[in-house]
Write a protein that binds this ligand. Structure first.
Ligand SMILES: [Zn+2]
Length: 416
């Protein structure tokens, strides 16, 4: 028997208690968390995770990007490990489950294997990827990206936060820079459990989402330059209003995304107008357009149409416009075998499930480039995430973690 029996499940109370314990570190102001990457709170959360892993009999590895790898040995010394995990860092006003559920769900499956005295052929490694959120140091999924060869490590070290502190210095400062070469590890497979961060599973009353694809993402920073001028004394025809041009461009963003419904989305979540004064016509507007789709051709089309529309609007208004691609990744097709392992696990355990596309970026999207990868999602209340009010139920956490447990352990092959 390579897979766990259908009656083998994780301990939901223990998983929940660990989630609540971790949430005490870096508390937010409204019941959630502010445990941003490479802060003292991040260091504290890491230390707690390491202690729990060691108490569960694992040995901890640490690479030069601060990625943590808690290993439970397998019976075959030549077998590549099955990896499982997500991230412990949060948004500044983040929730208790985004990322954390995937890491502690991995720990819970190790604890369950210990309880049941189950051995696996392949080792199992629980991972905490550094700086998934990308709020303090852009971009998101920075360290899984370096691991997968998407970014250079030196470039990652040079990323700076709003205070001008670098990622590399802060990693050393909190004491979590390891010696192990990043990306040197080879994986048999990688699995990530994550909350949906969208409303579909809850609305449909489905226990788990089997993630087949990850949406691609494109961030274009647009800078519109006009002329600062007095809002009272400048005649309307003589204005070079960058704020107005931005508003017109944002209408186009909506139109372009809607033209590729239902899977494509677009918005500008970051907007700055200058000088941002009540009685000054904005002479400059800087904003970032976020387009996403599971199809690369659609993303390329949306980028091209944004540029054409913005140029037309700005030329017509006598303004200048510049574009800078500040982030992005291509759509992801997860590994069919790993996806099947997730789906089979849900079937075996009797959980309702449906295929789903991940609308957010995840570490699994980068790791998919270097290892067979899949994700399982559980619902979250009102689809709310990146918000302190983010909430899930213990039953939802259990369903997701049970499916993770079965998929990982089946892939790691139970030894009789
Ligand atoms: Zn996350």
């Amino acid at each position: 028997m390579a897979a766990p029996a259908a009656n083998m499940t994780i301990n939901a109370d223990r998983l929940w208690d660990s989630l609540m314990e971790m949430a005490k570190i870096g508390p937010g102001v409204a019941g959630g968390n502010n445990r941003q990457t490479l802060t003292d709170a991040d260091g504290e959360g890491r230390a707690l995770f390491q202690r729990w892993c060691e108490e569960a009999g694992c040995t901890m590895g640490l690479d030069t990007m601060g990625n943590m790898f808690a290993r439970r040995e397998g019976t075959d010394p030549d077998a590549l490990p099955v990896y499982v995990g997500s991230h412990l860092d949060t948004q500044p006003t983040g929730g208790k489950y985004d990322g954390v559920l995937g890491v502690l769900g991995g720990l819970e499956l190790i604890r369950t294997l210990n309880d049941l005295d189950i051995k696996t052929k392949h080792p199992i490694v629980v991972t905490n990827w550094t700086n998934e959120e990308g709020t303090r140091f852009a971009p998101a999924m920075l360290s899984s990206g370096v691991f997968a060869g998407v970014h250079e490590q030196d470039w990652a070290y040079a990323r700076e936060d709003a205070e001008g502190k670098s990622f590399g210095d802060e990693l050393v400062r909190i004491g979590w820079k390891g010696d192990e070469e990043v990306g040197a590890r080879k994986m048999h497979a990688f699995f990530e459990l994550h909350i949906e961060q969208g409303p579909i599973l809850e609305a449909e009353g489905v226990d788990v989402g089997v993630v087949t694809h990850g949406q691609g993402l494109s961030w274009t920073q647009v800078t519109v330059t006009g002329k600062d001028a007095h809002t009272g004394s400048t005649p309307m025809p003589m204005r070079k209003n960058a704020g107005l041009a931005m508003a017109r461009i944002l209408e186009k963003v909506e139109e372009i995304a809607l033209s590729h419904a239902p899977h494509a989305v677009g918005a500008a979540g970051h907007i700055d107008v200058y000088p941002n004064s009540r009685n000054v016509i904005p002479g400059k507007a800087v904003f970032t357009v976020d387009f996403r789709s599971p199809e690369l051709a659609v993303i390329r089309d949306m980028e091209a149409r944004l540029k054409a529309a913005a140029e037309e609007i700005c030329t017509h208004m006598g303004l200048e416009v510049d574009f800078e691609k500040v982030g992005g990744f291509d759509p992801v097709d997860f590994d069919e075998g790993c996806v099947a392992a997730i789906r089979n696990a849900a079937e075996r355990l009797g959980y309702s499930h449906r295929n789903i596309i991940s609308g957010a970026g995840h570490d699994a999207c980068w790791i998919n480039r270097v290892a067979p990868t899949a994700m399982v999602m559980c619902p979250c209340v009102d689809g709310l995430s990146h918000n302190e009010a983010e909430e899930i139920s213990k039953d939802w956490a259990k369903a997701g973690a049970d499916v993770l447990f079965h998929a990982v352990v089946e892939t790691a092959e139970i030894v009789e």
